[in-house]
Design a protein around this ligand. Sequence first.
Ligand SMILES: [Zn+2]
Length: 1001
Amino acid sequence: MPLSSSSSLRAVTVLAVLCAGAGAQTSKEPFARDPKQPVDTFYTDRILHYTTAPSFLSPLVSYLPASNSVPTPEKVLGDVAGAPDMLPYAEDVHRYFRMLADSTPRVRVYSIGKSEEGREMIAVAVADESLLAGAEENKQRLAQLADPRSLRTKDGGTDDAKAQGLIDSSYPVYYITGSIHSTETGAPTALMELAYRLAVDDSPYIQYIRTHMIVLITPVVEVDGRDRMVDIYRWHKAHPGEQWPKLSYWGHYVGHDNNRDAMAMTLNLTNNVLSTYLDWHAQVLHDLHESVPYLYDNTVGDGPYNAWIDPTLVEEWQELGWNNVAQMQKFGMPGVFTHGNFDTWSPGYLMFLAAMHNGISRLYETFGNGGADTEKRILQPEEYSRTWYRQNPPLPVVMWSQRDNNNYEETALLSTLSYFAQNSHHFLENFYAKSKRSVEKPENEGPAAYVLPTDSAETNRQVQLMEVLQRQHVELSRLTEAVSTTLPPEKPGDKPAAAALPAGSFVVRMDQPYSRIADALLDHQYWAPDDPQKHPYDDTGWSFSELFDVKVLRVTDAAILRAKMSRVEDVSSLAGNLEGSGTVVAIANTGQSTLLPLLYKLKDAQVTIAEKPFDAEGKHFDSGSLLITGVAEPELTAVLKELALDGTRLTATPTVAAHVAPRPRIAMMHSWLLTQTEGWWRYAFDHAGIPYQYISTQTVSAESELRNQYDVIVFAPIDHASTADVLNGTPLYGNPLPWEKTELTPNLGGLDNTADTRPGLGYDGLQHLRKFVAQGGLLITCEDTAEFAIDTGLAPGVTVAPRKDARVAGTVLNTAFVASEHPVAWGFAAAPLPVISAEGLAFNISNMQEPPNNRMLADPYAIRPTGRGSLDDSDAVQGEKPVTPEVLPRQQPWEAKALDEDQTRNNPLVIPAQFRPEVILRFSDSRAMLLSGLLDKQESIAEHAIVVDAHLGAGNVLLFANNPIYRGETVGSYPLVFNAIMNFQYLEREVPTGDNTSAAR
Ligand SMILES: [Zn+2]
């Protein structure tokens, strides 16, 4: 959308030539422009005008070649790419690429899918017309290089000579993605201009690129977030002198974490990019970001590097990263570096889809102003200091424009594309070698396969884990015969263990092209506490076998690959079975994440929840199993299949204590401070089909009768919000910051809206929440919102356990159930449940309302005082007859300290027995605690509580120290939340008989 008329711009005639030789490059440099090709002088002049310093320009972008037939970005933008004061919407960006495609055979546009909100994503191919004409044949050739099984010879080898022929006749595909992060605004216009240059420029430098490779471009990855960001920028330009709203929502579910989805692949954008990348069999996925001055090519990054990548990739990173810095140095552009503070451990980043699928992952961080304003930017010493890897650092103070950003982005991309084109043969050889080694994994480093043994209790979670693998384009198989194999010893010195794998077990073969991603997801991670990298950039552990709570065997004996097995194409067909005959259908609770949605989908059925285990039809059913009547078979089987649940028909209703399953009225309450972490909860609820009202803390502040409307309020994590933040929101000094759909901002609102995002929950809201719980509601809290519940007295007897110097960094940790009879624990069979912990939050509980760390909890003489004798002995006071102390039972770290008669007498702080908090889940002991990632000095949190049911009035506050619903990765712990919701009326504290420490009775 043109934001200013081009005719008025053309009137500007003051045109300082910033770069010597701009527009008339005459040197012998390889990037010299073609002097015979005319220059678009208007456009060129604007480039120079908007560039704020000569060194922020290069001979590659200091002019724009003119074309009679191909439109420049000005046609859509009304100004040049990177011009101040305007940002194009995604559809305007797309419109420009379609204009390009209509005007030149060197550009083609492909629709690659839709966002959650229905906005289109595109991929644009740019290359010489002869390459694009042969693009399909090129894909076929690359497909064979990508899957060397297609080149098998009769003797089982691989036909390398044929591969060489394919390499010789193919050209590589380099995939560039822009604007995944919506506040990083420069990439779309830089990519518009880049495509124009690649298609139009006749300089030998550019010609060589377009005749030797296909450049593939997705200019806007996060299309929903881009449109909202443009709205915010328009609001800002329409309200000069005012503060402008921050981008409360980017995509439909998450913001910045859209770049952490490359493992679970929950978001449409991740799936659309991977499908495009694999469809073209691209060699590179290069993702564009903005944050660091002026260009951090984190292709080299920092250690530790991911442990599952091919070593060739590491060499490619070094080669491309250092070469790119050298090229930029040649242009004299300051502030370019490739080593920096970003470890390359987690495979969660979008670019890493390539690293895990035999390609090359790359990422630029350029400098941006969060919009198109030209601004004075003041850097911090760590940003402008000269270091060994950044000899020509950024300037401490600079006037920075979006055009500067576009100059850096385009120059770096063009110079790296040139290098890639010059070495296309070499990179295709590497591509083939990496693909081949992925298939050869079983013979080389191993393992041979991962096996998920058949287990009806795990089917639901197995299906969900295998759906992730299928989204990663991993092939799955199923044993058609029983197999015995040996498993490698768990530690050196142990004997290999025999394992019997029943027919029907699922096999993830490692002799397939995309074995690396399966290996990386299913294996365990270990981050050494003494690793030189002291600041993990993201999670250090992610093992999906643990987080999906699925038994996965790492099989190294390659004999498994010769067992009889068949390919599994349709994973969803693996569950949904209904056996037996009778009118009552029982669904065993085995920790499936889809029991709660069943209640809403079968809304006319009678469903009861068994409160105790029972046996029927030769099967065992645990507490929490469902008994269903009154639903027709076709409807039931369809729902069971959709939810990956198996059912058993019973001839009679079993005699077991049961309660009618309610269909709780759920509210998901968000804070306007941040919406991302709770966005993953919304994703999980939506994906499962659990209905809820989406409200904010401001809604609760204004609504005093919450219990009339809701049974459960979910207050998912905000992300390091303090209690004061939750209550007070954002300070009210300036102007209101709206989030509303208006003519000016058509893409805001929608999910939720408010005239002012600043006010928080407030003390009225807190009072309303307290009343809601006291009247029998369930409030679910997690991480910072659990701390909020503790701080505000909503969780009597719960405190945060002092972490001391324990180190946890997105670590997968082991737990133990404490109250396996509690409804929240139903279905888990008291087996340890792996959880992810962000930073090692844990709880202490007490039978008194007392400040944390007071003397009662931390009696220094609790074990024994200094004195005579040994540890287990007693002291003796000289000259007195010994008196035996009244010793209370010593509590475990997860237990409340028992109170004696003296401590409870006339003590208003003592919590009546029925209101004392109950610990449901705790960390395991410190030796068994680590499953994946970094863990150090964990003694202070080992065995402490992580899931607690606190009782307040007639209701409950459930507190999670782990995040049970996180990034689509923690399917194993979803049922902790869903069980609580399903049984919200049945969470009262059962007071143990003989409890005489209660002050109330
Ligand atoms: Zn970013």
